[in-house]
Every structure is written in C-alpha cells, then in structure tokens.
Design a protein around this ligand. Structure first.
Ligand code: NAP
Length: 303
C-alpha cells in the first residue's frame, strides 16, 4: 500500500474520521491529499498538517454545492473519500443537504476529472426506504453513488470509537459514573475501532472496491454490557438504570418543538437505538483485512 503514489480528495476532511485518515496517509504513505472543508474554522483545524507536509497536503475551502470549485480542487486526484455527513439535522442543516445534495454535487464535480474511485462512509442500517429519516437519507446518497458511472464503495459502519472522540467520551462518562443512565440498555451495540475504519477506507480505495459492505466491530453486545465492559477497564462499578426508548423519543420530540437546535432529535435517537448485529467476516474478506481490534483492546485504547 505504501509504495504506490496516489492523490486523494477528501471531503468532510476536518471531521473526526477525516483527520484520522489524513494523519494515517501522511504518516504511512507518500501520497498527496487535497482536503475539502466548508469554513475558515475547519481550515484552521488542518493548518498544522499543512505546515508539517506542505508538499503533500493542501486544504481547499469550498461550498459543497460549488461543483466548479470542487472540480478544480480535484485536479490530478485519482481517489475520493466522501466523509460529509450529519447525525443530527436541524432547521438550518438538513439530512438532504448533508447526504443526497453533497453526493450529487461531488458526482457532478468529479465527472470530468481523473477520479477513478469514491469511498463513502455510511451508517449500518441505512436504506433508501428506511423509516428513520437519517438512515433513509444516507441510503439515498449511497444509491446515488452506487448507480453512478464512478466506481464506488459504500462502507456502512455502526458507532465508531477512537481516542479523544465524542462517542468514547460519552461511554467513559457513563462507565465511570456511580449511577449510569442508559437509553434502552438491551439495545445492541457493535462498536468498531476508528483505526480499523481508516484501514477499511484505505483498502476500499486501493482495491477500487465496487459495491456496499456492512462492517462492524468484532462483538455485538447490549448497551448495558458495553457499559459494564468499559467500567471493568476503568475499575469502576456503576449501577445501571435503563430508560425506555419511548421516554427518550418523548423528550427529543419536546426539545425539537421548543428549540431551533435541540441537543437530541428523534431521528438521531433512532440511529443510536438501532440494533447492530452483523457478521463482519464477508466485509473483511472483500476489503482484504486480516481482522479487527478486539473490544477490550479498543476500550483500553479509547478510555
Ligand atoms: N463517527 C461515527 O461513529 C460514524 C458512524 C457511522 C457513519 N459515520 C459517517 O462517517 C462520516 C464521517 O464521520 P465523522 O465522525 O468524521 O463525522 P464528523 O466529525 O461529524 O464530520 C462530518 C464532516 O461533514 C461536514 N459536513 C456536515 N454537513 C455538511 C454539509 N451540509 N455540507 C458540507 N459539509 C458538511 C462537517 O463539516 P463542519 O465541520 O464544517 O460541520 C465535517 O467536516 C459521516 O458521513 C458519518 O455519517 C460516522
């Protein structure tokens, strides 16, 4: 993987997984990366990487429907990774804009470029006909890419856990508490390590993999059990209080009516409450990956 030279176009590049992918590419390859972001603050998040790798790394600030600007930024790139996405839609940030419209714009922009392959990171359970608004929107975006003329790979993953990210922080907080309040404790989680997701994206691109794969962590377990496994790593013994998901939906519905930017929405809760239980073997084979970081190692790394 490290010996061949490539030029990557990465959208949503300042996000959690974008920054990890860029870091891996800068440290372990000689590849070049063009990072697309939409704001000055996002540009600033990547400024240190520009300083460190001025010959290999550049950031472009573009509007995500500005197909001409994306086309110019993509000059010379062979590989695209589309990481734009949201878990929570608000009155000013819709799922359609973040998922379908950003995919459509990317496809238009790269049609006359040298880009041979697009990898799209999606969410386990996404389908165009899903009842949940977030999963349905992701599903429609996936379909656009899979139906396009560009060779595309969709990788659907559940909760990703990485060092210093929000999901790991929330799990740590719950596991360290005396009383851990858990939304539907029987809900199935199958967390995957962020480093494994980055490896999967790199493999999908290198193999020019075509089609969709469902990739998840090595263990599917209840949210209660995950909290307890994390607590064991921390040496804590929380008492678990499982809240019925209907109470969560009620609170989220109320907050959505009252606030322009509620901390939680019903669609977001629906994604979090999705029961994740898939066998990752077929995905690992297609991606040419040997295995996944086991749950306890993952928890020790992130907690
Ligand atoms: N992390 C997970 O657990 C997980 C699980 C399953 C799937 N995924 C998918 O993986 C992808 C990357 O995840 P992540 O954790 O890196 O997400 P993240 O940290 O939230 O980053 C998302 C990126 O998308 C950009 N973005 C959002 N809405 C946009 C819009 N309308 N137009 C242009 N850019 C927009 C954000 O830009 P700003 O910073 O400017 O807002 C940011 O760069 C997402 O598509 C997500 O759905 C993630």
């Amino acid at each position: 993987m490290a010996n061949t030279f490539h030029k990557w176009l990465i959208t949503g590049a300042n996000g959690n997984l974008g920054r990890r992918l860029i870091d891996a590419l800068m440290r372990h390859t000689n590849d070049q990366v063009v990072a697309l972001v939409r704001s000055q603050s996002a540009q600033a998040q990547l400024a240190a990487t520009v300083d460190q790798y001025p010959q290999r790394f550049a950031v472009s600030k573009v509007e995500f429907n500005d197909t001409e600007a994306i086309k110019q930024a993509a000059a010379g790139c062979q590989i695209a990774v589309h990481l734009v996405g949201i878990l929570k839609a608000t009155k000013t940030a819709s799922y359609a804009a973040a998922h379908e419209e950003s995919c459509a714009a990317l496809l238009t922009a790269i049609a006359a470029t040298k880009i041979e392959h697009v990898t799209y990171l999606s969410i386990l359970g996404s389908r165009p006909d899903a009842v949940n608004a977030c999963l349905a929107s992701k599903g429609r975006a996936e379909q656009m890419l899979l139906d396009s003329d560009v060779n595309s790979c969709v990788i659907r993953v559940p909760m990703v856990l990485g060092e210093g990210d929000y999901a790991s922080f929330a799990l740590r907080k719950r596991a360290a508490a005396k009383l851990a309040v858990v939304l539907r404790g029987s809900s199935l989680e199958q967390p995957i390590y962020a480093g494994d997701v980055v490896a999967a994206i790199r493999q999908a691109a290198m193999l020019r993999l075509d089609g969709a794969v469902d990739l998840a962590g090595p263990e599917s377990l209840s949210r209660n059990a995950l909290t307890q496994r994390a607590a064991a790593v921390l040496g804590s013994t929380p008492r678990l209080l499982s809240i019925p998901v209907q109470i969560g939906y009620l609170a989220a519905g109320l907050l959505t009516t009252l606030l322009a930017n509620p901390p939680v929405t019903t669609a977001m809760l629906g994604v979090l409450d999705h029961d994740d239980k898939v066998d990752p073997t077929a995905a690992l084979e297609r991606l040419g990956l040997d295995g996944l970081t086991d749950l306890d190692t993952m928890l020790r790394k992130i907690l």
